[in-house]
Design a binder for this molecule. Structure first.
Ligand SMILES: Nc1ncnc2c1ncn2[C@@H]1O[C@H](COP(=O)(O)OP(=O)(O)O)[C@@H](O)[C@H]1O
Ligand SMILES: [Mg+2]
Length: 265
């Protein structure tokens, strides 16, 4: 079958973006069996902004890898935009990933000797149908502008601050116009001021309709999200709406005003 033939509603359809049913991911070595994700049932609708929390080793990254089609469940069902991913082969999974999902990691994962612009163009090289070179450049440029890096496009990662590198990584995740953004501890290597900037970017994307699922172990970062899911030993132990998420834009404005005051004083 083709990647398109699993005829369930997809883009714009009524299906939730993520549906997990009794999902397990077990790592087996010679000696031990680790149930990294254990019997997880979870639905995430389009437009949500979900924080996944939990202690180190609780299964957050394993779950994100399954959500991102980088890894397959050992058992259980995963539907992405209404389509079961279970019987897709590697090539079909890669295509689905490229079309639907953007990734952001704690360590940015940028190519070192490659400009911001080329880093952001990269996912478009693997897009089907092919994106012509000029359009790749135009889209990467536009996306970098949208994350506030118009003046840094030709810099390589070592010439950028951590926050700027994470912006490049976010632009790289957004350039394919994904339906789902997955971020694994995106502020883990950043100071608190820079973390607010990055959360502001993610909140703006979410306000524009993008579904965001973000791992964090920091309560004050999870507070920017609309829903908080807590894992322990591979299972979901709590799942709550956050009625009043923090606003990164408002906090940033307050910080800017305070700095301005301090400068004038
Ligand atoms: N590739 C792997 N092989 C074996 N065990 C793994 C592997 N990846 C993760 N684990 C184990 O699975 C559990 C969950 O890990 P992980 O998903 O990385 O947790 P978290 O991201 O919450 O820290 C841990 O016990 C970890 O040691
Ligand atoms: Mg992890």
């Amino acid at each position: 079958m083709t990647a398109e033939s699993n005829a369930v509603p997809t883009a714009g359809g009524a299906a939730p973006i993520i549906e997990l049913r009794a999902l397990n991911r077990t790592y087996r070595t010679d000696e031990v069996e680790v149930r990294a994700v254990h019997d997880v049932t979870l639905t995430i609708e389009r437009g949500e902004f979900v924080a996944i929390m939990g202690a180190s080793g609780s299964g957050k990254s394993t779950l994100m890898n399954v959500l991102g089609c980088l890894d397959r469940p050992t058992s259980g069902d995963y539907r992405l935009a209404g389509r079961s991913v279970a019987d897709l082969d590697r090539a079909q999974l890669a295509l689905l990933r490229n079309r639907k999902i953007g990734f952001v990691f704690q360590s940015f994962n940028l190519l070192a000797r490659t400009s911001a612009l080329e880093n952001v163009e990269l996912p478009l090289l693997y897009s089907v149908p092919l994106v012509p070179r000029r359009e790749r450049r135009a889209r990467a440029t536009r996306t970098l502008e949208s994350v506030g890096l118009a003046a840094r496009m030709h810099h390589v990662p070592s010439q950028l601050s951590g926050g700027q590198q994470q912006r490049v990584a976010i632009a790289r995740a957004l350039v394919t116009e994904p339906e789902l953004l997955l971020a694994d501890e995106p502020t883990g290597n950043l100071d608190s001021r820079t973390s607010i900037e990055i959360m502001g970017l993610l909140q703006a994307q979410n306000d524009a309709g993008l579904t965001v699922v973000m791992v964090t172990h920091e309560l004050d970062i999870a507070a920017y999200c609309k829903r908080v899911v807590v894992m322990r030993d591979g299972a979901i132990i709590r799942d709550e709406a956050n009625a009043e998420p923090r606003s990164a834009a408002a906090e940033r404005a307050t910080l800017d005003a305070a700095e301005q005051q301090a400068r004038l004083a």
